[in-house]
Ligand binder design. Sequence first.
Ligand code: PMP
Length: 355
Amino acid sequence: PLWHLTAFVETLKVPDRYMFGPGPSNVPPRILEAGARPVIGHMHPEIFEIMSDIKSGIQYLFQTQNKMTFAVSGTGHSAMECAIFNTVEPGDSVLTAVNGIWGERAAEMAERIGGRVNAIVAPPGGIFTNEDIEKALSKHRPALFFLAHGESSTGVLHPLDGIGQLCHKYNCLFLVDSVASMGGSPLHMDQQEIDILYTGSQKVLNAPPGTAPISFSERACRKISSRKTKPLSFFLDFNWLTNYWGCDDKPTRVYHHTGPVTAFYSLRESLAVLCEEGLEASWERHRTVAEYFHAGLENIGLKLFVKDKQVRLPTVTTIIAPHGYDWKEITSYIMRTHNLEISGGLGPSAGLVRS
Ligand code: PMP
């Protein structure tokens, strides 16, 4: 036989590690314990209560009144696809802001479902001005514009003010990826006129990976309800998901998929922790810790990839590997000697070190 079942005689071993990479982050005991509670049914009244708490927590976290607010059963990528698959129909024009890998991935997702995709491109570590964005909106007339608030592959925090208003001037939906930034940097979904916003559970929220909060504005809902074709994905279908999450005011909820109930417990608890601290306090804590950290790195002679302090992402710091050093040696040395995870760059920042 080819099976090596003797491995299971040993009990499961998992190291206790400092998770200082761009995610997942360490999960505090309170959130881990929440996820270890007994499994109940995904359609039981108690889980609907928990889901309702999650919805309220996400509305606060996102600073939105949107009814269509829930969590996708999957990681950040599933929310990204949920946003794009539901709002884009074959032939729709889509514009993505590419200043790292996330704009590239959004473009690929839209392309795969038949979108006509154009991109505005900034060098890695760079940002776009509102003028750059308006020019591209007026040229391509997209139905959807994608921007990463926290570009974790480069360590850039993109300003958001005024962009939603520009998108709406051109009858375009504004989609923002906040997987790396949500809770760590100010963002006001309604005030900033963001139409679709998503994040992940495993970053600032400090929950295990596997659930992805998402919210849709009324404008986004109108675009979805005027679709001529059904979204390509059944699993990520907006109408099914919003019914399962009780967002659509229908008297009954219909089974769509088996919600990951224990992941919902952890997500609920992580939102409770954040609500107890308060969003403003969390933003401020991330800002002061990041400034202290960045100054300390520069004091010991390291160079940060993002030169402009104003657009440094407080949650993910990108450090240029010192000349003559291989980033892989640095990250594996740190893991070996300090039991601490930091990671190498991705895409345009490959060759750099991220923490
Ligand atoms: N967007 C951004 C900005 C991210 O940092 C990540 C995770 N690194 C994702 C999307 C994708 O999330 P996940 O790995 O949870 O699918």
